[in-house]
Structures are given as C-alpha cells and as structure tokens.
Design a protein around this ligand. Structure first.
Ligand SMILES: Cc1ncc(COP(=O)(O)O)c(C=O)c1O
Length: 436
C-alpha cells in the first residue's frame, strides 16, 4: 500500500475523523415508530400493517397496480425471473429451473444479484455489452445478440447506479423479437424515464420488475425488496411462491416449489418510515453529483453520464471515469492490483486507495459479469459481435469491450447523503492531488 499520508502531494490534508461512506443508511426517526408499533401489537411476522402500507405507498409512487413485499431485491428478481421462465416455457419440475436449456440475455455491467436468478432457474446467461452514454445495456449489442441467438425470449436489464438505461430502444428491440424483460431497478428507485413521450418511473419498464431496500440503497429497510407489476395474477403468484407455495387447503398442501421470501413486518416498518424521505434523499444525492461535476471539471475525468432529455436519475452513486490519455499504468489480477503514478495522470485504484487513506469510502465500478470467473464460459456479445476469443496472434487489436473499459477507468465516489459540502470538497481536493 502506498503511504498517502506522508506523500508530499497530499501535504496539509487531514484524515476524516469519522468515515465518509460510499452510501450508508439515513434514519429519520419515523422508522422507530412503525417498528415499535409492530412489536407492541405483536405483528412481527410476515403479515401486518407495515407491509400493507409499504406495498400501497410504493405502488402509488412508482405507478404500478401491485407491489409485493419480499425479503430482498434478489428474491424479487428471482421470482420475477421465474415468472418469466414459467410464462415462456411452462412449469418446471420441483428440482429443475424454469429456464433449463434456454439462453437469457442480461446486462453485463451490474451487480451479480441482477443475473444470478438466471442460474437459479437453470438458464444460461448471455452477457450484453454496455454503452458509454448511460453505462447500461447497449441496444446495438442487444440487436447483435439476437442475430446470434434468435430464439432468446428473455432479457434482464439493470439501471446502473440509479441512471436509467436506453429503455425505449431496448424495449423496441425486445418487442421486435417477442422477448420479455425483467427490469432490475434495485439501484434506481425514484429515477424517471421519458418513454414514448410519457414520464414513468423505473420499475414500470419491464414485464416483471424489482427494486431493493438493501442497506446502501436510496432508502432502506436494512433489507427488503419489492416485486412490481400491473398483473394481479402475477402479484398473487409471487405472494404464494414467497410464502412456501401454500395451496388453499386447511393443512400445508403443496403443488409447486416454494420459497421463504416474504418481507417481515418489522423490516417493512423501517421502510415505511423511510418512504416520506425518498425525494429528499434523491435531491441530496443529486446535489452531491452536481458538486462533483463542478469540482472535477478541470481534471481529465468525466462524471457518470445520463440522458438529460429522456431521464432523471436518482443519482444513487456518483461515479467518474478517467480520460484514456490521463490513465496512469494500472493492472488488476483476480484479487490484487498494481498501479504506478505518473505526473499529470492517475488511475482508478490510485484514487480509491488515496481516498481510503484519508478515511473515505469509494468503490470500483461493478466488475462486468463476462469477466467474472464464475461466468467466464458464458457468451458475451458486443456491438462488434462475439466478445469472446477476440485477440488474434495474427491481427493487431482485440475489439471493443465497453464494460471492461469503464471498469478499468471508472470508480464510484463517496456518495453518502450525510457527507457535508466541506467533506466533499476535501474528497475533490484529494482527487486533484492524485493527478499532480
Ligand atoms: C443492481 C442490483 N441488483 C440487485 C440487487 C440485490 O438487492 P438485495 O441486496 O436487496 O438483494 C442489488 C443490490 O444489492 C443491486 O445493486
């Protein structure tokens, strides 16, 4: 590890006395009231007024008919993916996934929780490369993927760091090929998108939609997630599956495999207390993003981009990407890395290490799924076609890989809504000094 504290480039900067977080929970007090009420009235299980209130309030906010409270975003995505699999290919045997023998297209630059449900359902993920305009799934690469795999009928799309992807284009391509969409809006609760002239919330853009209340999200229940839909049948099915698939019998009767995925009324109490503050959190995160944009404007870096005409992100995480010609040498292995400083340049790992040395938390960009050891044999499609096996001993260059490039040059900056402007100025100062 480099000794940043004694590095003269950073002279005069003091370590933050309390840690500046990437994105930590922000409690307001109302949460306690609803949790206490659940305990006092003994509604502490997976039924109760808090769950009902969260489902109602969030369905109204997001603009869907039904929201089903589940234990986490991953559970919501799993059941969304399973519903899609059953709709497309029918009910599977209890010991088999609904996607067995089928390929599914999926966002490549995302958290693995987006796409693991494909594997839970025995499907084969095909990763679709990213575009530079919003850091989400590339419509051109998706179109290319349908050329290779015209039989695919399901696409899992995530909105990275709260920035909506190019949903109009992606939806048009899916419609053309008769494919369903699982929308992973885990990170983008409250982000809006202009779809065919109408502003809608993320979480309404797929056939099956999910959000997360994980501890680091824009609002949190400490855990929790929602499945979102306009279909009563789908909402009822998810409720049933999430409570061990009980049939309408006086005893525990089961005709299909079940899960223990329902939201707890205690967790729902925390979420219920957070909902009134969602817009406030978004405004705080937006102010942080804008402050970074201004503060870093003189450096060879760009902020994570968004479509200003067609989207309004929730600005969950502020990120930046270093210009290619300002990238100092950096290599990453599977679990380790090396970087070397060069005057006027820096690297994502140098900046992350520098801000960590002064007690602030950043994070690398999600390592793309096609680069993960677990998915190394899964197909990967870029705008140029097959993204695998592209280097050639006889031809120079190895083709585009936008996700790998953003992973290499980009980083997530401390984005906590409790970070003060003064603390953020110090983070901005540290980043400047990395380029000295
Ligand atoms: C893109 C994405 N999808 C899914 C999830 C999973 O949500 P959870 O942690 O609530 O299971 C997360 C966050 O944790 C996420 O960032």
């Amino acid at each position: 590890m480099h000794d940043f504290i004694n590095d003269l480039r950073f002279a005069g900067i003091n370590k933050f006395s309390s840690k500046v977080w990437l994105s930590s929970p922000t409690m307001h007090g109302d949460e306690q009231r609803w949790v206490d009420e659940a305990i006092q009235t003994n509604w502490v299980s997976t039924v109760g007024a808090n769950i009902d209130a969260v489902e109602k309030a969030m369905a109204e906010y997001i603009g869907v008919k039904y929201a089903v409270g589940l234990s986490c975003g991953t559970a919501s995505l799993h059941l969304a993916t399973k519903l899609a699999g059953e709709k497309l290919y029918g009910q599977a045997r209890p010991n088999q996934g609904t996607l067995q023998g089928h390929r599914v297209f999926a966002s490549d630059c995302t958290f693995d929780a987006s796409i693991n449900p494909i594997a839970y359902e025995d499907g084969d993920a095909v990763f679709i490369d990213t575009e530079y305009d919003t850091w989400n799934m590339s419509p051109e690469a998706l179109e290319k993927a349908f050329e290779f795999y015209p039989d695919v009928r399901l696409v899992v799309i995530a909105h990275l760091y709260g920035t909506p992807g190019k949903m109009e284009e992606l939806k048009a391509i899916c419609d053309k090929h008769g494919a369903l969409i699982v929308e992973d809006a885990a990170e983008s609760l409250g982000a809006r998108y202009l779809l065919n002239g109408e502003w809608v919330e993320t979480g309404t853009l797929g056939n099956y939609n999910a959000i997360s209340f994980n501890g680091n999200k824009i609002i949190t229940g400490s855990a929790g997630g929602l499945f979102l839909t306009n279909s009563k049948e789908d909402a009822d099915k998810v409720r049933k599956w999430s409570t061990q698939s009980r049939e309408a019998a006086p005893w525990y009767q089961h005709e299909e495999i079940g899960y223990n995925y329902r939201m707890s009324n205690i967790i729902a109490g925390v979420i219920r207390g957070q909902i009134p503050y969602l817009d406030e959190h978004i405004a705080q995160k937006k102010a942080i993003w804008e402050r970074y944009e201004k503060g870093l404007a003189d450096l060879p870096v760009k902020m994570n981009p968004w479509d200003r005409q067609k989207s309004e992100p929730n600005f969950w995480l502020s990120c930046c990407i270093i210009d290619e010609d300002a990238m100092a040498p950096m290599v990453r292995g599977e679990q380790d890395y090396l970087w070397k400083h060069e005057s006027g340049k820096s690297s994502s790992q140098e900046i992350l290490e520098a801000i960590a040395a002064f007690n602030a938390e950043g994070r690398p960009i999600w390592k793309p799924m096609h680069m993960q050891p677990i998915y190394r044999v899964s197909p990967f499609v870029t705008v140029e076609g097959n993204g695998r096996g592209r280097s050639n001993a006889y031809i120079a260059g190895s083709g585009v890989d936008v996700g790998a490039d953003i992973f290499r040059r980009g980083l997530c900056l401390p984005s906590d809504n409790k970070m003060t402007p003064e603390q953020q100025d110090v983070v901005i100062d540290i980043i400047h000094r990395c380029f000295l």
